[in-house]
Design a binder for this molecule. Structure first.
Ligand code: MD6
Ligand code: FE
Length: 203
């Protein structure tokens, strides 16, 4: 892993190309073990619409969404414990946060060619003084960043495989989302698509 000068967009710190190709492949393989232990599922939102992104988690707490709302749970909806967070993923958290405290939640999102994620804030965690660290693998994604307040101006940036984004400090609660994926832009994942991993101190 090489820490290079970061780029900052609306307070979000972006480390381009922090993972080289072998590191990306190792993380892909570690995440496929996570998915084998805790299968991807398509969460429902409060009104019953299904998200287009499929998800699972690793760590002590996993993020779930259903008609009862958004929250962290100690178990997968199918009942199993979440698997441990892979070491290669924890190493990225340590490198970009410098923190000794490990994250307790690792959300794994899988985007196929048509998946997207609407503008949202990450606000289901107990303590917003910890950053959220996000790792991109596979196809490029157009990441939109707005403000802490709803509405107003947004700016977008393409995230590529091996990039890491950090939402911390005054940017911890900015609105953000994924407008679209550039299908076929990466050959990292055999079936194509994109994986996004987000690390958090959740509870
Ligand atoms: C994604 N990312 O990149 C969606 N959340 O697929 C997020 O929702 C996100 O990138 C919190 C912090 C960083 C993120
Ligand atoms: Fe988010």
């Amino acid at each position: 892993m090489k820490l290079r000068p970061t780029l900052t967009l609306r307070g979000v710190e972006i480390h381009k190309g922090i993972l080289d190709a072998p590191e990306q492949a190792a993380m892909r393989d570690a995440l496929s073990d996570v998915v084998r232990a805790a299968p991807l599922f398509r969460p429902e939102m409060r009104r019953g619409q299904k998200m287009s992104v499929r998800m699972t988690s690793a760590g002590r707490l996993g993020w779930v969404s259903d008609r009862r709302g958004y929250r962290y749970e100690p178990r997968h909806p199918a009942g199993m414990d979440w698997p441990p967070i892979p070491d290669c993923v924890l190493a990225v958290w340590r490198a970009v946060t410098g923190s000794e405290r490990a994250p307790d939640s690792c959300l794994v999102n899988y985007y196929d060619a048509d998946a997207r994620m609407g503008l949202h804030q990450d606000r289901d965690e107990a303590d917003f003084s910890w950053p959220v660290v996000s790792i991109s693998l596979g196809d490029d994604a157009l990441f939109r960043i707005g403000s802490v307040e709803k509405g107003g101006k947004t700016e977008s940036i393409w995230l590529s495989s091996g990039d890491v984004a950090v939402l911390g400090g005054p940017a911890r609660l900015v609105h953000h989302g994924i407008d679209r994926i550039r299908a076929g832009s990466s050959s990292l994942l055999a079936r194509g698509g994109r994986i996004n991993v987000t690390l958090r101190v959740a509870g």
